[in-house]
Design a protein around this ligand. Structure first.
Ligand code: IPE
Ligand code: IPE
Ligand code: MG
Length: 246
């Protein structure tokens, strides 16, 4: 009976939001399958969800939103699906470039952009360029991103600096390591959200999420809305972060 339904406490304190929320946008394929649609229709629906969640995050004053759009492992999917995802990315980036002044959001792309098509890579760089001066809200899109790949790149970059005499071994601190990562300059995520029911990290922000809070939900990404975000934020606000202290 509705009268006795346990009231869910999704009261969010919007004056005390996490600085950085990261989302593994998972479940597009299952969302499409449930509807008898091709997987690419799920990706199209997921892209719309990203548009509305990103708009809402800017509205409530969230400082950093990082989303996992395509992993280094996702190349292993059928060419048609990969092509569909890349096509959607191009469409939304063109829109982001056109609407940059209206959205007032800074975009950054995290991942190895070198193996993207020149057209998509160029759109990523142009999006970064035209949005670089907006400071209130930053959206990081992880594209051809892998946490292990990122750490390998960082190790190679430090090794090059060491070999060229630009760094000594004892200069490799956690701070300096952070500057070699794709996320250089971005604070670590406070909250990592994974929809779709999977309870794993799937190579996302391995270094950066050392002390992140995790929130898992069965909701599929295309169905994720602001109420789901509120649930995640409310859960986060009830946690006690100790960072190894007492
Ligand atoms: C996430 O949705 C999008 C990408 C990985 C690109 P999936 O496509 O993984 O959806 P499921 O997990 O098959 O439902
Ligand atoms: C993680 O989802 C990658 C993205 C959401 C872009 P996957 O669907 O690729 O992860 P697994 O295969 O379930 O671990
Ligand atoms: Mg998946």
């Amino acid at each position: 009976m509705a009268l006795f339904k346990k009231k869910e406490t999704t009261n969010v304190d919007f004056n005390d939001l996490p600085r950085h929320v990261a989302i593994i946008m998972d479940g597009n394929g299952r969302w499409a399958k449930k509807r008898g649609l091709p997987r690419t229709a799920g990706h199209a629906a997921g892209a719309e969800t990203l548009r509305s969640i990103a708009t809402y995050c800017k509205q409530i004053g969230l400082r950093y939103l990082t989303v996992y759009a395509f992993s280094t492992e996702n190349w292993g999917r059928p060419a048609e699906e990969v092509g569909g995802i890349m096509g959607l990315l191009k469409k939304y980036l063109r829109e982001a470039i056109d609407q940059a002044d209206h959205n007032q959001v800074k975009f950054r792309f995290l991942g190895d952009l070198a193996s993207l098509s020149p057209e998509l890579r160029d759109l990523c760089l142009r999006t970064e360029e035209v949005t670089r001066l907006y400071e209130d809200c930053q959206i990081n899109i992880c594209l051809n991103y892998g946490g292990r790949d990122e750490i390998l790149h960082a190790a190679q970059a430090f090794a090059a600096d060491y070999a060229e005499g630009r760094a000594t071994l004892d200069e490799l601190t956690e701070q300096r390591m952070g500057r070699y990562l794709f996320t250089s300059g971005v604070p670590d995520p406070d909250l990592v959200i994974r929809p779709s029911g999977e309870v794993r990290i799937s190579n996302f922000l391995l270094w950066q999420s050392a002390y992140a809070e995790f929130y898992f939900t069965d909701v599929l990404w295309p169905d994720f809305d602001r109420n789901e975000l509120h649930r995640a934020l409310a859960a986060y606000q009830k946690r006690s972060r100790r960072f190894g202290g007492v």
